[in-house]
Design a binder for this molecule. Structure first.
Ligand SMILES: [Fe+2]
Length: 322
């Protein structure tokens, strides 16, 4: 069932006189909505961008279908919602398109300093949380899509926070976690991937509970692939608390699973979600090619007003076309 911004269930949002109306259809109780009736090749009206932004804040990830954008159109659409970063702070970008990051089956298409890179697929994570200012949002566009397999899942970290007991919420409200995107300390970099990561390590301390800068909602800001330990806890305490939280945030009721088609776009709020890339990517031989832009984010703030801290590495800034 679709809905309108002002009404509760069936909803259409647009400037009635200027543009066709469009609909927003929630996909689960807590996360995910599909927006139909817009052509993203063209500049949006102010009311359309405002409605999309409101849907993003409410549903955390929004989906579009049948949007066959070029790299330039993808960048132009993204720019209506914020400043773009370089494709990826470590892994580079698609040649000739500095704001586009290639998410291919084998991730061989990105270049950095002329080097071809292969990036292995990760588990549940929030994008680039090892940086002190992780991107505010990511916009992923499907081009070559398998007939089946290759789905992506997202989870609502605000709903996950609300699902904790008040006692545990009060405890995690006080904690910070170390997010690390680098080989484990003392480890030898063996592969091209590890060598590249070790050249540009990123380490940050973020609050375990992030207050959303726009909605004021509290999110359980745990990014399982990058959050390595809780600051101030003994290793065993940290390990067991994180195990509990990681299991909690991916409970099915907080998640949505998206089946890609060519022309699909997923636009997620990276401040209130984590996502799981396909776990069955190598279980078939199908090709799969998507492209991503990311929007510059601010520095997270915890419930007591304390901000994140960079331990290693630089903030992820806007790409400047020179
Ligand atoms: Fe990601």
């Amino acid at each position: 069932m679709s809905y309108v911004i002002e009404a509760t269930e069936t909803q259409v949002a647009a400037k009635p006189s200027a543009r066709p109306q469009f609909s927003i259809t929630p996909l689960t109780a807590h996360i995910g909505a599909q927006i139909d009736g817009l052509d993203l090749r063209f500049t949006l009206t102010q009311s359309q961008t405002a409605a999309i932004r409101a849907a993003l804040l409410k549903w955390k990830v929004i989906f579009f279908r049948n949007q066959y954008l070029s790299h330039e159109q993808h960048v132009a659409f993204s720019r209506q919602f914020g400043q773009l970063t370089v494709g990826h702070p470590v892994f580079g970008y698609v040649e000739g398109h500095p704001e586009i990051y290639s998410v291919g089956r084998n991730r061989k298409a990105n270049r950095f300093d002329g080097q071809r890179l292969v990036r292995p697929w990760t588990g549940w994570h929030t994008d680039v949380t090892a940086a002190v200012n992780p991107p505010f949002a990511s916009i992923l566009r499907g081009v070559t899509i398998p007939p089946y397999s290759g789905d992506t899942q997202w989870t609502n970290l605000v709903a996950a926070y609300r699902g904790l007991s008040p006692t545990l919420r009060a405890f995690v409200d006080t904690l910070f976690g170390e997010h690390r995107f680098a080989p484990p300390e003392g480890a030898q970099a063996k592969t091209a991937f590890e060598r590249d990561v070790s050249k540009r390590p990123l380490v940050s301390h973020h609050p375990l509970v992030r207050v959303h800068p726009e909605s004021g909602e509290r999110a359980l800001y745990v990014s399982p692939s990058f959050l390595k330990h809780v600051v101030g806890l003994a290793p065993r305490e940290s390990e067991q608390l994180l195990q509990l939280l990681f299991e909690h945030v991916i409970r099915p009721e907080y998640t949505v699973r998206f089946k890609w088609e060519p022309g699909s776009i997923a636009f997620w709020d990276n401040r209130s979600t984590a996502h799981l890339p396909p776990v069955d990517i190598f279980d078939t031989t199908f090709d799969r090619q998507l492209y991503r832009t990311t929007l510059v984010g601010d520095i997270p703030v915890g419930p007591d007003g304390t901000s994140s801290e960079a331990i290693e590495g630089d903030p992820v800034l806007a790409h400047r076309a020179d």
